[in-house]
Design a protein around this ligand. Sequence first.
Ligand SMILES: C[S@@+](CC[C@H](N)C(=O)[O-])C[C@H]1O[C@@H](n2cnc3c(N)ncnc32)[C@H](O)[C@@H]1O
Length: 254
Amino acid sequence: MRSEDEMVAYALETHTALLPYLPELLADLQELGGNAEAISSVLDDLNLTKSATVADLGCGKGAVAVAVAEALNFKVVGIDLFEPFIESCRELAERHGVSDLCHFINGDILKLAGKIGPCDVAVFAALGDVLGPLDQTVSVIRQYVRPGGFMVISDGFIKDGGSSDFPGFEQYAERAEMITRLSACGDTLVREIIDEDSIDGGEDEMIAVRARAIAARQPEIAADVLNYAAMQSAEYEYIRENFVSAIWVLNRSY
Ligand SMILES: C[S@@+](CC[C@H](N)C(=O)[O-])C[C@H]1O[C@@H](n2cnc3c(N)ncnc32)[C@H](O)[C@@H]1O
């Protein structure tokens, strides 16, 4: 598994010069990968008690956390490494009238594992392999969940015959291998939803439009923002051709 420092560096490495511009580049995207409505509906189907608690790990700008609080009235704690996103989370919760149900923490989900909760559910949406391969990822996520609780993981697998030869996707495999990794800690896969529409909202074009506006305004950062937009576009293209998005629900066994 990556060390905490390596993991933080990994999350931020491509963005160092861009960090101040990330909120603007991503301004049009409330969801940063996870499908908030689908995840909220999955949690609804778990028939949890009214007092259920949820941890949203790597909550981004709060789309999933707020959707869950609003639709299901559950208490949600969202954790993210990137401080400006935490501010966006709080604003979003405020706008949706669920500030009393949501608590957002600026922190590292690896460092905080075992220190928060245990909750009834932990959501891990669109973080990819920041915690390493899926078996190692699950071993961290389950520390946020009580025995008998659930882990909702929005991730995916390589299409049959597809390639994992793209930066950030080297650890991915086809479905059978990913399912094996999911169950490596002895937990039970209770549901799988193939999410065909996970990234088909023109997200890469929205980022490109923002990048062009920043580049026109601030020529000194133009190359970096345009390169970032091009990398995002290449990644979305890779995903469309080689990747199947899935939401998996695991039941923590012990
Ligand atoms: C692609 S976004 C997904 C956000 C959110 N789950 C969603 O679906 O909208 C990934 C998020 O994970 C956060 N992240 C990455 N590594 C993290 C870590 N070790 N601890 C906390 N947050 C992390 C990033 O800052 C980013 O906001």
